[in-house]
Design a protein. Structure first.
Lengths: 307, 350
């Protein structure tokens, strides 16, 4: 059976060992994204309940609502009560079962519920994690809006205890390393980040990159010493920068980065050739990645720059 | 293209088509379930998944292209869940749940169930005794909107009216009342389950108070010699309803017990295992509340005869007892329980 383990205390990543023995890395969802997902779900629930009520009142007919002094209205009340109960309590269960741990809100934000042991989301597990929502979310919220809910006429000690208790329920995610709320603890689940990643083009896929790697005539002619200065960390920052080109990056920033690298490694353009900042960075990236991957193959993983 | 290229580049070029194919399959599975795939695609999914995992471990070893690695991490994770998710149909799940799993789960925690029934009865007896001795205590146990006029100071006629209805009540009123009571009780039930997290103490209180409310009402009616009438008024749906409350209470108590006495397991693991069972029980109990509301909303208001009401009450009691004691005993229940209680990877390719 597979299982999950935390990489380190305080680390927000989790390793999940698959039956194929390739560990998958998951990142625990942040409080903000979880609240956002809940908010979206909440809006959807409200809209659905409103729709149900509006449709029912249309079916009953405006006349019945007006004439029979309350009859239609009571029926509408009943429908509303039931709609709120069922939709609020079963929306999360139904969507999490249907889309494997992703309510619509979680899908939008890019989150998903997983079992702590990596197993499938069984129905019992989804029930358990969603049946505590009232206690964890609605009750503390209601208490803030209307403190009387907690019991205003009780003894002060009881009142303080009630508030402490509500606080513990509401802020449970802050008290444990899995950031699990009470429902998550009951069910043994976690909420992790699971965005859809797109596969972008390979930055070394073009002619010029091949020239750099082969140290051809047309290349920028980096020497091995120049390529030994930076590490993987810097390479991947450069990758981010290049992937933002051209739409999402300031031209001056590109110039600055190119200038810094040039001076650090002491590179001069080949005689009689003008090299633009972007062209330089692309070429440097290809050459640098070639060098670092080469080292990697020989068992040397250079994480950071030398100095 | 020049002769010399990166190994990571070659690696990606060779495998990219497979990744894209897997991504497209996973997209469809996530949207519409495994049913969206044809037999052939279904056959390809696990092998593509394993290819992606192997790509991932190779990429971690040789590639420094961050985009490729994060892409493969994400794709493998999504494919993992697509491959190892449970292929079960909702209808079949529901059917097997009520046919076997639900009663079996309750039998498993029969000790907690007995305790939670006991607390309800104890609450009812205390409520009855206390209110009989001093009618004013009624207000401690029953809130005003719950009582809706049926207080110790109400006249006998008024109390009787509530039992039989005055005939002019429209269906809508009854529906409304039943809907209110259903959600109210179901919420109490779910609360019982959720409060189990706090070591079960609040569950005991809640059960006791629930019983006390009933006892207090009974005392008011008994004071006007309407005890039997009240009993036959409550019992037809009350049997189901109170059983459901007791089921939820048992689920909460079992949770609390697991938290306080984790036994051989780690506390968090134990809580998770029990939480799944208790969650399933609570869902079953919501269904029972619904049945109770149906009896209450339709049957009770139509039938006024004491005898028929008593008959129905005994019938429900016998039916539920038989159901919980016998249902699903002959079948391979252990397996079914495991399906709800603990995830397994059975049926998944290994």
């Amino acid at each position: 059976m597979s299982g999950s383990q935390q990489l380190a205390m305080g680390d927000r990543r989790l390793l999940l060992e698959t039956p194929e023995n390739v560990p998958l890395v998951f990142e625990l969802a942040s409080a903000g994204s979880r609240i956002l997902a809940i908010f979206i779900d909440f809006v959807l629930i409200t809209v659905t309940v409103t729709l149900v009520v509006v449709i029912t009142s249309a079916l009953i007919g405006a006349d019945a609502l007006r004439e029979e002094a309350g009859d239609g209205e009571l029926l509408l009340d009943a429908v509303r009560t039931l709609a709120i109960f069922f939709i609020w309590n079963f929306y999360f269960i139904a969507t999490e079962l249907r889309w494997q741990g992703r309510t619509l809100g979680k899908r939008v934000v890019g989150l998903r519920v997983i079992a702590r042991d990596g197993g499938p989301l069984s129905s019992g597990l989804v029930f358990a994690r969603n049946l505590t929502r009232d206690l964890e979310m609605l009750l503390p919220l209601a208490a803030i809006v209307n403190p009387g809910v907690v019991g205003g006429d009780d003894s002060p000690v009881g009142l303080v205890l009630a508030w402490v208790w509500l606080g513990i329920m509401a802020f449970m995610p802050l008290f444990n390393r899995y950031r699990a709320r009470v429902g998550d603890l009951l069910a043994g689940t976690l909420v992790v980040v699971a965005p859809k990643q797109r596969l972008l083009e390979d930055l070394v896929a073009e002619e010029q990159a091949a020239r750099e790697l082969a140290r051809d005539e047309g290349g920028l002619g980096f020497t091995q010493e120049q390529l030994d200065l930076y590490g993987i960390h810097e390479l991947q920052i450069l990758e981010d920068v290049l992937r933002r080109y051209p739409a999402n990056i300031d031209h001056d920033l590109l110039e600055t980065i190119a200038y810094k690298i040039r001076t650090k490694i002491g590179w001069e353009p080949p005689p009689g050739r003008r090299v633009e900042a972007y062209e330089f960075l692309r070429g440097f990236y290809a050459a640098q990645r070639g060098r670092l991957e080469h080292k990697l193959l020989f068992g040397k993983r250079q994480e950071r720059k030398v100095r | 293209m020049a002769q010399f290229t990166l190994k990571s580049f070659e690696f990606r070029r060779e495998r990219e088509a497979q990744w894209r194919e897997l991504e497209q399959l996973v997209d469809r599975v996530e949207g519409r379930g495994l049913g969206a795939l044809s037999a052939e695609e279904l056959h390809r999914l696990p092998s593509l998944y394993r290819a992606a995992l192997s790509s991932l471990s190779v990429a971690r070893a040789i590639s420094l292209d961050k985009n490729v690695i994060t892409y493969l991490e994400g794709l493998s994770a999504r494919a993992y869940f697509a491959v190892y998710c449970r292929k079960r149909y909702l209808g079949a799940t529901v059917a097997s749940f009520f046919a076997a799993t639900f009663p079996a789960l309750l039998r498993r925690i029969r000790g907690a169930f007995a305790l939670s029934c006991g607390l309800l009865v104890l609450g009812a007896v205390s409520g009855y005794a206390l209110t009989s001795a001093e009618p004013d205590r009624f207000y401690t146990f029953v809130s005003a909107d719950m009582a809706s006029g049926r207080t110790p100071s109400a006249s006998k006629e008024k109390l009787e009216e509530a039992l039989y209805g005055d005939g002019s009540d429209a269906t809508a009123t009854l529906t409304n009342f039943a809907a209110f009571l259903f959600t109210h009780n179901a919420k109490i039930g779910l609360m019982c389950f959720a409060l189990g997290f706090l070591a079960g103490v609040p569950v005991m209180l809640l059960l006791f108070i629930n019983g006390a409310t009933l006892g207090a009402m009974w005392a008011v009616y008994a004071a006007h010699d309407l005890g039997l009438e009240f009993f036959t008024w409550v019992a037809p749906h009350g049997v189901t309803e109170l059983l459901a409350v007791a089921v939820c209470g048992a689920a909460g108590l079992s949770l609390g017990y697991g938290l306080v006495f984790p036994g051989r397991h780690r506390r968090l693991e134990n809580l998770a295992a029990r939480g799944r069972e208790a969650g399933a029980l609570a869902i079953g109990a919501v269904f029972m509340f619904f049945v109770a509301a149906l009896i209450e909303g339709f049957f009770r208001q139509l039938v006024q005869s004491l005898e028929v009401r008593a008959l129905v009450a005994s019938a429900t009691a016998i039916l539920w007892t038989a159901y919980f004691a016998l249902a699903g005993r002959g079948r391979s229940v252990g397996r079914d329980v495991a399906l709800v209680a603990e995830p397994d990877l059975e049926g998944a390719p290994s």
